[in-house]
Ligand binder design. Structure first.
Ligand code: AGP
Length: 605
């Protein structure tokens, strides 16, 4: 997704803007640009493609301004090219924008009647023109307020002004924006991660707020134009964040970090002395919870789906799962005795943040399961359960999925115990079993060599299917999502029992079908569904934990994951599917960390 950087300093800023834009590359983008103020004029440079290209432009023709804004763009309005790249500038003002201006067409028509000529196809350029128009009669701050009052939609903005060469104005509605502080230098960033190499002192703008940065000072204003104070947070220093080490890419690093992720996450939540889970202060008395609604997008939604099976197995609480982009527009009936749990790695996903906002407006209790604890979703929810996975850079979520599953499972156990719905022995045994998870994940990762061989079988395929029953069904969905987003091969995740109601028609000679069949109560049923696929020519890849299953000639490949207990099985089953998607994508020479068309942090709806 788009990313913003702004720096006000006492020295040239372009190198630091480029370095910070490189930090934002993980979000996924298709063009980049920078504008600095140099000799009392706006010096704008932009290009399609990578930040490296922009850096080359700057080497040929340096930008020496002490104040500037930079942007990486993920196209929404208009194709990814140089003209549509941000910043969008006139002689007097230059703008970078994340988000979508929903009434841009109407505003454009209005501005065209006043003689403004638009160069790009973007929605952003209307902001530049509105500012240019209002700057004729007023100062920058007032012109920004006037412009914002005309905009519908979501935005985070960074703006510089030709005639006010010491200020950057930032504004937020819907899309996140942070401010960083340093000595004789202040910063604007679409997330704190991009600012981390320059400062760990950060403030976060809330919706409707605006900031004015100079090199020595930052002022904040609320929507009523009153000056306000903002809290300054010290963000944690995560080591090795941008270091791939010996790994080819961040995704493989993150897959192989999972034993450590599991260890960290489990140790954060398990009190080994008391043999208990140290989650306290539920926002609703556990015994009074009527229903839990779990909400997320993409992989986070899949972790909610897995959790549904756990909650139904271990508690008497009614569970509903929702996709955030659907939830936010439905006519949901809210209830004070329900707990609304939002799952998000980034904590910035626009749909999930909006769904949370709706819950807040309806005054119901909210909880978030997030990786980024400084994120909008974490800050806006009543209660936060961090997953402690450390920064996840690869666009395809792997270790964060693992962390989400662990935290959801641990919360489910704790709730079940607090409601006296699990017997003490099972509760303590489940806690002990959680401690075995890191080692079992390590063993699962040892399957990599077999998975590499398996991946070759997907190269000529026209599509693939992932089948499972019970909690293996959401794991099948996740396996299919990983394969399609990384390798661009069509993959469909399906409940194995539903095949005969339609998708069986897709099975043809040699179609790869991944059957996820752990030895649980669905095992025999899943194997019968697998036979139906075999009879129709499907090429089977069986993933199980059953020691007794023999890999017959009808099964092209079999993988056996370790077993701890039935509830932890979906966590272990997810790992080989991550490796499979990774190796297929590697063989196909795909851009593993930045798959086409995708973004790490989806800050538009
Ligand atoms: C997963 O591999 C994705 N790229 C994507 O589905 C992601 O999980 C989704 O966009 C939600 O992101 P979040 O967890 O940051 O909210």
């Amino acid at each position: 997704m788009c990313g913003i950087i702004g720096i006000a300093s006492n020295k040239p800023v372009s190198i630091n803007i480029i370095n910070s834009l490189k930090k934002l590359e993980y979000r996924g983008y298709d063009s980049a640009g920078i504008a600095t103020l140099k000799d009392n004029s706006i010096d704008e440079k932009k290009c399609s493609g990578r930040v490296d290209e922009l850096e080359k432009l700057l080497l040929k023709s340096p930008s020496n301004g002490n104040i500037g804004i930079g942007h990486v763009r993920w196209a929404t309005h208009g194709i990814p090219n140089t003209v549509n790249a941000h910043p969008h500038s006139t002689e007097n003002v230059s703008v970078v924008h994340n988000g979508i201006i929903e009434n841009s067409d109407d505003l454009k028509k209005e501005l065209e009647t006043k003689g403004y000529i638009f160069k790009s196809q973007t929605d952003t350029e209307v902001i530049t023109m509105l500012l240019t128009e209002s700057l004729k009669n007023t100062d920058p701050l007032d012109s920004v307020f006037k412009t914002l009052s005309k905009l519908k939609g979501s935005f985070a903005l960074g703006i510089i002004f030709k005639n006010f060469s010491d200020i950057i104005i930032g504004a937020r509605r819907g899309s996140p924006l942070a401010v960083g502080y340093s000595n004789e230098e202040n910063y604007l960033g679409s997330d704190s991660y991009a600012l981390k190499s320059m400062t760990n002192k950060i403030s976060y703008l809330d919706d409707g707020e605006l900031c004015v940065l100079t090199k020595n000072n930052v002022s904040f204003y609320n929507v009523k134009k009153n000056k306000i104070n903002k809290k300054i947070h010290t963000v944690s220093d995560d080591e090795n964040v941008s270091d791939k080490g010996d790994y080819k890419n961040f995704m493989s690093k993150e897959i192989f970090e999972q034993p450590t992720t599991a260890k960290k996450c489990v140790s954060e939540y398990i009190d080994s002395l008391k043999k208990d889970i140290n989650i306290y202060n539920f926002p609703i008395d556990p015994k009074k919870i009527n229903k839990i609604i779990l909400i997320g997008c993409g992989t986070a939604y899949h972790s909610c789906l897995v959790a549904k099976y756990w909650f139904e197995e271990l508690t008497q609480i009614d569970i509903e799962i929702d996709i955030a982009s659907e939830f936010r527009y439905r006519n949901v009936k809210f209830d004070n005795n329900n707990l609304y749990i939002f799952v998000s790695q980034s904590g910035e996903t626009a749909d999930t943040a909006a769904a949370l906002e709706i819950c807040k407006k309806n005054r119901v209790k909210t909880c978030s399961v997030v990786n980024v604890v400084e994120s909008t979703i974490a800050r806006n929810s009543d209660w936060v359960l961090p997953i402690h996975a450390g920064p996840e850079i690869g666009v395809a979520s792997t270790k964060a999925f693992l962390g989400q599953l662990i935290v959801l499972y641990i919360s489910c156990l704790k709730l079940s115990s607090a409601r006296n719905e699990i017997d003490k022995k099972t509760y303590h045994q489940s806690i002990e079993n959680l401690k075995k998870l890191p080692e079992a994940i390590k063993k699962t990762l040892n399957l990599e060599t077999n998975i590499q061989l398996m991946a070759k079988e997907f190269l000529e395929a026209r599509g693939s299917m992932f089948l499972g029953r019970g909690s293996s069904f959401p794991i099948a969905l996740e396996g299919a999502l990983k394969l399609k987003e990384l390798s661009y091969l069509h993959a469909e995740g399906y409940p194995a029992g539903e095949m005969k109601h339609g998708p069986l028609a897709l099975i043809e000679e040699g179609l790869p079908v991944i059957v996820i069949a752990p030895k649980d109560k669905y095992y025999e049923k899943t194997l019968s569904n697998m036979q139906e696929v075999i009879s129709r020519g499907g090429k089977i890849f069986l993933i199980t934990n059953n020691k007794k299953v023999s890999i017959s000639e009808n099964i092209r490949f079999g993988l056996r994951v370790p077993y701890i207990d039935d509830t932890l099985t979906p966590i272990l089953l997810a790992v080989p599917l991550q490796l499979l998607a990774y190796h297929v994508a590697l063989l196909k020479n795909c851009d593993i960390d930045k798959p086409r068309n995708l973004a790490k942090s989806v800050t538009v709806e």
